[in-house]
Design a protein around this ligand. Structure first.
Ligand SMILES: C[S@@+](CC[C@H](N)C(=O)[O-])C[C@H]1O[C@@H](n2cnc3c(N)ncnc32)[C@H](O)[C@@H]1O
Length: 277
């Protein structure tokens, strides 16, 4: 099982927002532009970063259901969204937000998506979305999800799916070995079966096309610079932990690797949009 702290999600939110692919985002915006309202399901919503970045692309009235298995993250999401909005109020279980011209009703749902996804994608859902989530899932999960989404004729938008590309500056020969270890670690079971990891975005595109949707993909890499120092350092630590866990490299070379100061990093992601043809 894997854990995501609110601090880690906070640290990456600005880089994620910068990285989103604008062509893929425009395709989503254009597809829903004639509607007055939209009902959105956000898978693996964490602290609500996807809502904060996507709401501006969507019609004026929005209802979001944020699903995550981690109740603590959903509690943080409630607080962060209330602060992010221009104004907020509570209506029973729902949080009502106003942000610019948008009126956003937010529902929070704690569920294990490895078991409950199909029940959540009900016919009322018009957009199924996720950010930084699908690399954790498996090829079979993606295959079933695509079928379920297509059956409801919902639009689909997945951002920031890790795609395996990475480059550190300055480069060190050991980067390639660490990357290989990290990749293997990424493909371990995260609760959905063997993880799709860097192949997740291409599985998404394939499965939506096989089921008759049009699908568009675009790169959304993190382009990290000196000003992202804290995120770079946290990433290096995370890669070192993953490589140690994999056990294929000697401890000393990992310790040496993690100490190399880096001034920049490129970490590849892919955004995917899919909709009925
Ligand atoms: C990398 S975080 C991304 C969070 C958020 N979408 C964002 O962009 O900041 C992945 C999220 O998926 C959630 N998650 C992982 N496995 C899950 C599962 N089986 N069911 C529900 N949520 C899950 C985690 O709790 C975490 O919040």
């Amino acid at each position: 099982m894997n854990d995501f702290s609110a601090e880690w999600l906070d640290l990456r939110e600005a880089a994620d927002a910068r990285a989103r692919n604008s062509d893929v985002a425009s395709a989503l915006q254009a597809r829903l532009t004639l509607r007055d309202e939209v009902n959105v399901l956000d898978l693996g919503a964490g602290t609500g970063a996807n809502l904060r970045a996507t709401a501006q692309l969507l019609p004026t009235r929005q209802t979001w259901t944020l699903v995550d298995r981690d109740l603590t993250l959903l509690d943080v999401a409630r607080t962060k969204l209330a602060r992010w909005a221009d104004s907020n109020s509570v209506d029973g279980e729902a949080l009502e937000l106003r942000k610019g011209s948008r009126e956003i009703r937010v529902l929070f749902r704690s569920a294990d998506l490895a078991r409950e996804t199909n029940a959540l994608v009900d016919p009322g859902v018009q957009l199924v979305t996720a950010s930084a989530f699908f690399d954790l899932t498996s090829e079979s999960f993606i295959r079933e999800l695509a079928k379920t989404v297509v059956a409801t004729k919902a639009v689909f938008y997945a951002t920031l799916t890790y795609n395996g590309l990475q480059r550190w500056t300055p480069h060190r020969p050991a980067d390639n070995q660490i990357a290989a270890s990290f990749q293997r670690h990424q493909m371990r079971d995260k609760g959905f079966g063997p993880a799709a990891g860097p192949l997740a975005a291409s599985h998404l595109v394939d499965q939506f096309r096989i089921n008759g949707y049009v699908a568009l993909e675009g790169e959304s890499p993190w382009l990290l610079e000196r000003s992202d120092r804290m995120l770079i350092e946290e990433l290096l630590r995370g890669y070192a932990v993953a490589a140690t866990d994999e056990g294929r490299l000697d401890e000393k070379s990992i310790v040496t690797w993690v100490k190399v100061p880096r001034s920049a990093a490129f970490i590849g992601h892919t955004d995917v949009f899919a909709a009925p043809a």
